[in-house]
Every structure is written in C-alpha cells, then in structure tokens.
Design a protein around this ligand. Structure first.
Ligand code: ADP
Length: 356
C-alpha cells in the first residue's frame, strides 16, 4: 500500500521550494482575469494571435529556439472536427461538451463553482479516439491545440525536456484559449520513482509546477491540459488528483462500430449493404476504432490485389470493394486489445473514473 502523500507529492513540494519556482511563474495578463473581457483584448495588448508575441512578457525567459520548435512541431492550427466525427462514445461526448467546451466558450458564465477542471484525463485502450477527442475539444472551443507525447519529452529533447515543458506552457499562455494534449501521460507522471533518472524526474516536477501555475490566481488562464493514457494504473496519486475529470474511453460497442464502418466506407467505392455492415459489426466485437480503420484499409486492397497490370488499368475498371473483401481482411486484422487489459480499465474506471 502506498501512502497517499508519498511519491511526487512531498518531493514535489521540496523541489519547488528549492528551485524557487514561485518567482519565475509567468505573469498572467490582465485580459485573462475573469469575465467576458477575456474575449476582447484591450487596446493596450496584442490580440491573441501572433501579434507581438516575441515581446510578450510571458516568453521573456524562454529560449527563442524552443519557442520556434513548439510553434513548428507541437502547436497546430485547429482542424475543424465535430463530435459527429467521433463514432459512438455518446455519453463521454455529451459530458465533455458541457464540462469542458461550454466553459471554454463562456468563461464569464462558467466561473466560481461552475469553473471548469484544469485537467482532463482520457484513459482506455489504444486507438479508441482519445486523440480525436482532444482535437475535437480544441476545435469546438476555438482553442489552439498543442500536442506532444511524453516519450518525445523524455527522449527526443534529451536534456531539454524540462525547458520544453516550461516553454510549452508559456507559448500556450500566449495562444489562449489553448488545449495542451499530452499523449502517454503515464510515462511522464509514473509513480515508479525508484531509480528514476534525474532528467525525467525534473520533467515531471516542471510539469506539475506548470500545471499548478495555470489559473491559480483567479479564473484566469484558459488552458486545458488533456492527458491521454493506455496505462492509467501507472499514474501516481499526486498527479491523478490533479486531473479532476477522468473519463474512460472504451472500445466501441456495436453501434459505435457500425457508425465507424459507415464513415470509413464513404471513403472508397463499395457495394456493401447496411445488413452486411451489421454482420461485420457482429464479428468485430472487441475491435478498437483504429482496428476497424485497419480492417477497412486492408479490405480496400482486395479489389486491387487481383489486378494484373496496375500501370495500365483505368480507375473505373477497379471493382468496388465488397463484403468478402472485409471477411477476408478479418483474418489479417485482429482485435489489438486483450480481455485482460479491458478488465484492468474497467476496474480503474470503477475506482477513479468520473461518470460525467
Ligand atoms: P487513441 O488516442 O485513443 O489511441 P486515436 O484518437 O489516435 O486513438 O485514434 C486512432 C485512429 O482510429 C483515428 O485516427 C481514427 O481513424 C480511428 N478512431 C478511433 N476511435 C474512433 C472513433 N471513436 N471515431 C472515429 N474514429 C476513431
């Protein structure tokens, strides 16, 4: 049994003090302090976009090289995505719309007790749409989307991970409202501190400092941190508590698979009927969204496999993809999630998940 105050909790306090981080906390612009005014930059300040960002107070201690890297590799222009692009998950989508999107759109109404959570954890098997949900939240709330995986923080920017975290939050503050999506968050916030490298420990500490620094003084920063994980059990308690909302993103059910397949089949000429889709959905119990995607891609190769001379055939001569192509593909593309893993998610959800 672990003591609830163990791990990062206590160490974190110590490190924070010793690093004197409180003094470095990026300043919060008055335009983000509550009320409708948040949406309207005052005449003294640049608009949310790039205008004057180089001279922004909030970026003053950040290396320009890092800012550049974040802008190029981590910050994304919002691609329009709607909830309808995400198959199934009706309950999760509805809750997220109310708890996250509305407050991002109307911070003047959703403040105080109605204030949104700073952190949202999406957990569940791989390939179930967690990343898609992160993008959709950003798109629906008109937020800038920042996306990074924990492994790139710990491996790609060796030695610079900690600075990257600081830079990431600083740039996000300049592009509010913002959604910071962190994939594989478990490896950043793992409770396995024994023998942990100093570097990853420092990244973790910096992340928690930045997390806590968001919106502490008032209903100011409009930054949502979305963590996604296939291994929620790995996240230590101090970190878990910070994600006030924790949603289970399960495998798609029959209806979810049906919608997924209908959408996937729109992309390629086919003569597959709804009845046949229903039959395929019966046979694909346990498939994730990305397994369904893989299945349809494999099946779509069926019609071209029999072509003798690919160089000289016209597009119209390629036969439509059919039911048998999918049935054959079923033997190639299997469900990627094991029952044992599923039981683990259900259990964690019972214990720590939010119902909505
Ligand atoms: P995760 O982040 O949960 O690992 P992703 O959101 O990256 O999964 O999904 C991987 C791919 O699988 C997506 O690009 C999409 O094609 C498909 N997919 C998975 N779940 C869904 C879903 N519920 N609706 C639509 N597409 C999905």
């Amino acid at each position: 049994q672990r003591n609830s105050k163990s791990d990062v909790g206590d160490d974190f306090e110590d490190i924070k003090q010793s690093m004197g981080h409180y003094n470095n906390k990026p300043s919060v612009s008055p335009r983000h302090t509550g009320g409708v005014a948040q949406n309207k930059p005052t005449s003294k300040e640049p608009a949310n976009e790039d205008l004057g960002e180089e001279t922004d107070e909030r970026l003053k201690n950040i290396e320009p090289k890092m800012i550049e890297m974040i802008r190029n590799e981590i910050m994304h222009q919002s691609v329009p995505i709607t909830w309808d692009d995400i198959a199934g998950l009706g309950h999760v989508k509805k809750s997220l719309e109310e708890i996250i999107v509305w407050p991002m759109l109307r911070p003047d109404i959703f403040k105080g007790l109605r204030g949104p959570p700073k952190g949202l954890l999406l957990f569940g098997p791989p390939g179930t749409g967690k990343t898609l949900i992160g993008k959709c939240i950003a798109s629906q709330s008109g937020a800038t989307f920042f996306s990074i995986s924990s492994s790139s923080l710990t491996s790609k920017w060796v030695g610079d991970g900690e600075k990257m975290v600081r830079a990431l939050f600083a740039v996000a503050r300049c592009h509010q409202p913002a959604v910071i999506f962190i994939d594989e968050i478990d490896s950043l916030l793992t409770h396995r501190t024994d023998g942990e490298h100093d570097a990853s420990r420092r990244i973790k500490t910096e992340f928690l400092i930045q997390f806590d620094g968001c919106g502490t003084t008032a209903d100011d920063d409009r930054i949502l941190i979305v963590g996604a994980t296939n291994r929620p059990q790995e996240i230590d308690e101090a970190a878990r508590r910070r994600f006030r909302k924790r949603f289970y993103v399960p495998l798609p059910d029959f209806d979810g698979r049906f919608t997924l397949m209908k959408n996937l089949l729109k992309k390629t000429t086919n003569d597959i009927t709804d009845e046949q889709i229903r039959d395929i959905c019966e046979k694909t119990d346990g498939y994730s969204g990305s397994d369904m995607d893989g299945l349809c891609r494999e099946a779509a190769l069926g019609p071209v496999r029999s072509i003798r001379d690919i160089r000289n055939i016209s597009v119209d001569e390629v036969r439509p993809m059919n039911y048998n192509d999918v049935i054959e593909a079923l033997s190639q593309v299997r469900a990627s999630v094991s029952n044992r893993d599923l039981a683990g998610y259900e259990e964690w959800n019972e214990q720590f998940g939010s119902l909505g």
